[in-house]
Design a protein around this ligand. Sequence first.
Ligand SMILES: [Fe+2]
Length: 355
Amino acid sequence: MAEILGLGLSHYPMLCVPDANMADILAWTMEDPDIPAHEKDPANWTPAMRGEWSNDRGAAAAAEHRRHLVRNFDRARAVLDDFQPDAVLIWGDDQYENFKEDLIPPWTVCIYPDLEVFPWRHAHESAAMEGRRNVWNEGPDQRFMLRGRPDVAKHLATGLLEAGIDVAYAYKPLHHASAGHAFVNAALYLDYHRRGFDHPVIMMPLNCYGRRVVSARGFLTRFSHDAPPDPPSPPPWRFMQMGAAVARVLRDSPHRIALVASSSWSHAFLCDRTWRLKPDTPADTRLYRAMLEHDYAAWENTSLAQIEASGQHELLNWFALLGAMRELDMQVQWAEMIRTDVFNSNKVFVQYGPV
Ligand SMILES: [Fe+2]
């Protein structure tokens, strides 16, 4: 009989860069000529946002933000080490990294063997780290082995297809040289102190970016960018059904499995209602409270239109996790929400179980 652990964490790319650059996405957005000047003027921001930005473009607040994030990654890592999983299944968004114009699957089980990862050499394929210094001062030859469990991954893909979940699967990367940032950053941050990360990983990339995956290349655009949108991602409730099916298949396996949602919550650069300057914190807070109360209906009744309006595209990874946790009746052990206005996204960490 399996044992299952649930974790939610962030893969926030800007945690890789020095504090002085952590607010670079906001700085870039403030140069968008189509955002009204009075919206971009810190004098008109809330005191909280002005306080974070301060007179150092967020550098001092970045150190504090980093401290909270690393503390939670350390906590999640300790839980994982304690649990000793046979495999860590990670749900993460593919932001035009491995999947591009020739194929956009809704979700995919990667049946990969061990994968050699060069986090910085491959950074141009993964979210904004090309040419930037990283906080570890690691160079392009830095590498680590992301261990796989292809046997468990194949069992999962088989079980999902038998259960009527039309999942794609892949034996090797398509466009990316190794793995997208949702997976690599999760491993880098769970190993923030560089002691090594040996837990086998099964990657399950999800199409969270939907209408923006190809049209915006899953990343930053200016307001004037008007490429026609792509078809949408699947709806949130379907992510929950898929997560529940994953839970059922793995529950009936003999393995110890950690199910991990990898993403921050509302993203400023995806949220037009805040002029892309800050995340939609009220929307995040509503879903955070519902998560703490195990109010799954609040999650299930969230529409894709609401998700998109709040810039919560990546939160769809967490809909898979919550679908799985509901299926297994797992309880929140601890959770923390780290709010910010200037560092692009609110971040949430959670542990469910193990059961
Ligand atoms: Fe992401």
